[in-house]
Design a binder for this molecule. Structure first.
Ligand SMILES: *Cc1c(COP(=O)(O)O)cnc(C)c1O
Length: 466
């Protein structure tokens, strides 16, 4: 009897069927994206029963079917137009194409030994530098998000403190610096996390008073805090706070360096995008004066998650912190390989999604997205002002609407309001000056005036029901 031909393994079968598999994934993705508008914004389903570890596997087609059945129904419409929680971008078509190809090409853009990926990252970082109005003195590197970008910027700041004090924290440890002061008005929570990771400690953060009724730092209070700081320190200036999108006066802050010795890090995670719009660019005037700058890309650039950029004027210090000496990697040199610039060694070619987005739509296309989001935020702000049960807590400065209940705005009632509205619009909670509130952040290119109208109607209806 002739032997039966051996069953191909799931992996061999998948390889043989690859084009068809990619078509199936494309069809799934296209259907998901086409359904974003109808999908409950946050479905709020319980997680499916856990599956045991598959032993032999069933191939990619069966995996897609299982994902479609078990997990897809619970996925939120985060990529859609009414997911206004946190600061959440969507994904433009070109960004999605770039992201898909990132997986297909599977590059590790970290060294000149295989240079194409890192050359592409550098081209993309150069485009971004220009788009945000930074000069050639700022070198950019890609990281996974703004938390990492803040961490890298503050790591370079830490090394700079060492330079001023004649010690080397990257070799000797952060304790070589002694106590460090990091001054900031309304820092993002990720700054504390970064300081914890860097061994400077969350308590190194010194809260500087803000202007009355504002989240922007009071420059006079900052000067007073600098005056009572002995030795060099770090200032984290905020360009776009998450509650009210307030901006520190970056030029006034930077001017203090004439009299005080500090590293100026600017967290412009999403606020830096104000630079794209002539009407709002004044908000980030002086950004180029910063020693390091954080900009998130998976927010307002509308690329998929896992993308931010970090700029610094002191790449030499950056390489001192992040150098990864290994026999198989090249020497540091004047233009260090990317492996020597960020916490990661290997990393995906995350710049490709941004490269596609910038190539496809240009700075003008992205200016238009920014202005469109600001217009939508203003629409919602007006609707909130007109709604008797809701109250606008801060002027709409850019792309965030901070609102609360007109009466009895407890955290519980606001949570109930957000919950009731969630199938239609997703907002996240906050507290502003002790008042529990909700924020709606507009950073998705898909959000239309009609979406904003739906969001306002859902919030009003929910307010009437809590
Ligand atoms: C979102 C945000 C961060 C953190 O960004 P991740 O991408 O979540 O790491 C930091 N700073 C500001 C101002 C932000 O808005």
């Amino acid at each position: 009897m002739p032997a039966l031909p051996a069953q191909p393994s799931p992996l061999d079968a998948d390889l043989a069927a690859l084009p068809g598999l990619l078509d199936a994934a494309r069809d799934h993705a296209a259907a998901f994206l086409a359904g974003l508008d109808e999908r409950a914004v946050v479905p709020g389903r319980a997680a499916p029963e856990p599956l045991p570890l598959p032993r032999h596997g069933s191939g990619a087609r069966a995996a897609l079917a299982a994902f479609t059945e078990r997990w897809a129904p619970g996925m939120s419409a985060a990529a859609g137009p009414r997911y206004l929680g946190f600061v959440t971008g969507g994904v433009t078509p070109a960004a999605l194409v770039g992201d898909w190809l990132t997986g297909a090409y599977d590059q590790n853009p970290n060294s000149a030994l295989d240079p194409a990926g890192q050359d592409l990252e550098r081209e993309t970082a150069g485009w971004l530098r220009e788009m945000f109005g930074l000069s050639a003195a700022h070198e950019g590197a890609f990281v996974s998000g703004a938390t990492m970008s803040n961490t890298v910027g503050l790591a370079v700041a830490r090394e700079w403190l060492g330079e001023r004090l004649g010690v080397c924290p990257s070799d000797d440890g952060a304790h070589a610096l002694g106590p460090v002061r990091v001054l900031s008005g309304s820092p993002h929570s990720s700054v504390g996390k970064a300081l914890s990771m860097l061994g400077l400690g969350r308590r190194s953060l010194v809260a500087v008073p803000t202007l009355p009724g504002r989240e922007a730092v009071d420059p006079a209070a900052l000067e007073a805090a600098l005056r009572e700081t002995s030795g060099p320190c770090v200032v984290v200036a905020n360009a776009g706070t998450v509650n009210t999108v307030d901006f520190d006066d970056l030029r006034a802050v930077a001017a203090l360096r004439e009299r005080y010795d500090f590293w100026l890090h600017v967290d412009g995670a999403f606020g830096a995008f104000a630079a794209l719009s002539p009407e709002h660019a004044h908000l980030v005037a002086g950004l180029d004066l910063a020693d390091s700058v954080c900009v998130d890309l998976h927010k307002w650039l509308n690329v998929p998650y896992d993308s931010a950029v970090q700029f610094t004027r002191r790449r030499d210090l950056q390489a001192r912190v992040f150098q990864n000496a290994a026999a198989y990697l090249g020497p540091l040199g004047d233009i260090p390989d990317l492996v020597h610039l960020t916490p990661e060694n290997s990393h995906r070619m995350r710049a490709l999604a941004a490269w596609f987005a910038l190539h496809a739509y240009g700075s003008e296309g992205h200016r238009e997205i920014v202005e469109r989001c600001v217009a939508r935020a203003r629409d919602l702000g007006r609707a909130v002002e007109a709604a008797p049960r809701l109250r606008l807590l801060a002027p709409v400065r850019l792309n965030v609407v901070c609102l609360t209940l007109a009466e009895d705005p407890t955290a519980q009632r606001l949570a109930a309001l957000a919950d009731k509205a969630a199938p239609e619009v997703f907002l996240t909670p906050t507290t502003l000056d002790g008042t529990p509130a909700l924020r709606a952040a507009f950073s998705n290119w898909r959000t239309t005036a009609e979406d904003t109208r739906r969001a306002a109607a859902a919030l009003e209806a929910a307010a009437a029901a809590v």
